[in-house]
Design a binder for this molecule. Structure first.
Ligand SMILES: [Mn+2]
Length: 264
């Protein structure tokens, strides 16, 4: 059949070359050419995919050199989240919950009755006592744990399946809470959780309201025993910064009042 189509000597030569060099490889046989087409098509697709990946729009950071102009990342949306400290609460756990609720625009709660020291701090800086974590109005809220990560310290009312964040400065042992999804877990080897919240305020460049700054300062001084405990780090020496941000009382004086309020 094919030989009959040959009409010129050139075609004759080409046909002979085909029979001699190409036909032995059976490239013209149907299964082989389908495979060849499939491979070519796959290569084409791969080229398009690679080209797409390489050319896709990558947002340009345009980073300035000065830290002052460093882009501030957006805070996560924790507006439906209750911030709560550990059972047998202290100034650090109550004030870090109040300040974190202010920073992330959520709600603060407490695990149980506040002690005298905490009562003094809240009164001194004019802050309301947060409601109990077991308050029925928190039923549909998410939870953020402050100043603890151990199961046995989680306050009553907290739904362990709805924990969206943990901010803490304690060791992570076998009795830590289990969270089945990746969440915001921030644990630093610092002297207090309030120090961590203070730094989150600084990093987000949010203004710290005066009562919140006072509460944070109280938490730092209480947990670090006036910056004298061996757990104190340079990060905890934020007191002057909090002091500058509107707290009118000098840190040592506040610590003296805190300390003496325990026996009142
Ligand atoms: Mn603490």
């Amino acid at each position: 059949m094919r030989e009959k189509r040959v009409t010129s000597p050139y075609q004759e030569t080409a046909w002979r070359a085909f029979r001699r060099y190409i036909k032995p490889y059976k490239l013209s046989s149907r299964p082989r050419s389908r495979l060849l087409l499939a491979v070519l098509f796959a290569c084409l697709l791969l080229t398009f995919a690679i080209n797409y990946l390489l050319s896709s729009e990558v947002p340009k950071a345009n980073l300035p050199l000065e830290m002052n102009n460093f882009p501030v990342p957006q805070l996560p949306d924790f507006s439906n989240t209750v911030f709560v400290g550990h059972q047998k609460n202290d100034v650090d756990s109550i004030c870090s919950a109040i300040a974190a609720a202010e920073l992330f625009r959520g709600v603060a709660a407490r695990a149980d009755d506040i002690n005298r020291e905490t009562e003094f701090v809240l009164k001194y800086f004019g802050l309301p006592v947060p409601p109990l974590a077991s308050d029925p109005s928190f039923a549909n809220h998410d939870w953020c744990l402050l100043d603890h990560n151990q199961k046995d310290k989680v306050p009553a009312g907290v739904d362990l399946d709805k924990i969206v964040c943990v901010i803490d400065h304690h060791q992570l042992l076998g009795n830590a809470i289990e969270i089945s999804e990746p969440r915001m877990i921030d644990i630093q080897p610092w002297g207090s959780t309030t120090t961590m919240i203070a730094f989150k305020f600084f990093a987000s460049k949010r203004e710290i309201p005066r009562p919140i700054a006072g509460c944070l300062l109280g938490g730092v001084l209480s947990d670090t025993v006036n910056l004298r405990s061996p757990t104190t780090t340079d990060y905890d020496r934020v007191s002057p910064y909090l002091h500058v941000r509107g707290v009118v009382i000098a840190p040592p004086h506040l610590f003296f009042l805190l300390f003496s309020s325990r026996w009142q």
